[in-house]
Ligand binder design. Structure first.
Ligand SMILES: [Fe+2]
Length: 272
């Protein structure tokens, strides 16, 4: 039985959604990590407007974007007339990850998703890594606060990309990046574990010594991936989900049928 739940704003029309201020929505996301709502037939422009109330959108990369709204990424298995992919993460299962794992000083710590077509049985699962940290003993907290992750993208770890996929062109050029295993959240100032395990190349301590990777990985996986920290979201048409990318990870199951989500990633600068 899961005890981590998304904060649910319920069924709203767009006017009701607009009545929530940017800072109010930002604070809910930073506090609860996953915030959901249901808004029927939300136009792409309105979804963008909503995200821009909270911050600046990640610069688009001109591929896998909405044909009329290039600031909006598509997550879809739809193909064009030539049979080419038209969106990110087209098919199949995606393992645990968060946005921008291999980007140093990541600013875009929120991801917004809007479900246009849910497919059959499409579930995204979030794990609350802040709660995993909070439930550690004091000695484990001290131990983990002393550790740094060395992170690198490798294909066939969290997802099987084809060599021709656009994501591969971006991800394969990213260098090893170091991030602390325990991250203080910039808006709540609470600590949480940052543990995108599929990207971990090595652990080191603050003095620079490399730690034994296998046993630490296994130990942390047992600590983090517990049912009580996990929320499963079965997608329906019109669902909006915002999620924090520092203190949660997410993954997707396999599915069948037509699936289309709009996706944004943004920081909280100029939130109003
Ligand atoms: Fe994702």
């Amino acid at each position: 039985m899961s005890s981590f739940e998304a904060y649910n704003l319920g069924e709203l029309n767009y006017e009701e959604l607009l009545n929530i201020s940017g800072p109010e929505l930002r604070d809910l996301i930073c506090q609860h990590l996953v915030v959901k709502a249901s808004v029927k037939d939300l136009a792409p422009q309105l979804f963008l407007d909503l995200c821009r109330k909270m911050g600046r959108l990640r610069k688009p990369r001109q591929q896998y974007t909405h044909p009329e709204f290039p600031d909006l990424f598509l997550v879809t298995n739809r193909r064009d007339n030539e049979g080419q992919k038209t969106g990110l993460f087209a098919d199949g299962e995606i393992g645990w990850h968060s946005n921008g794992v291999c980007i140093p000083n990541l600013k875009e710590i929120c991801v917004g998703l809007y479900c246009v077509e849910p497919a059959d049985g499409s579930v995204t699962r979030w794990v609350n890594t802040r709660r995993a940290y909070q439930n550690l003993s004091e000695s484990e907290k001290s131990e983990f606060e002393n550790l740094v992750l060395q992170l690198k993208f490798r294909n066939n770890k969290f997802y099987k990309f084809d060599d021709s996929d656009f994501e591969m062109k971006v991800l394969k050029n990213l260098d090893v990046v170091e991030k602390p295993l325990v991250m203080s959240h910039p808006f709540t100032e609470k600590n949480g574990l940052y543990f995108p395990h599929h990207f971990v190349e090595n652990f080191r301590d603050l003095s620079g010594l490399t730690c034994e990777k296998k046993s630490l990985l296994e130990r942390l996986e047992k600590i983090v991936f517990k049912d009580e920290y996990i929320y499963d979201h079965l997608w329906s048409k019109g669902d909006i989900v915002f999620s924090d990318q520092l203190h949660s990870l997410h993954k997707r199951n396999d599915f069948s049928g037509d699936r289309l989500l709009y996706r944004t990633a943004f920081d909280y600068k100029y939130c109003n």
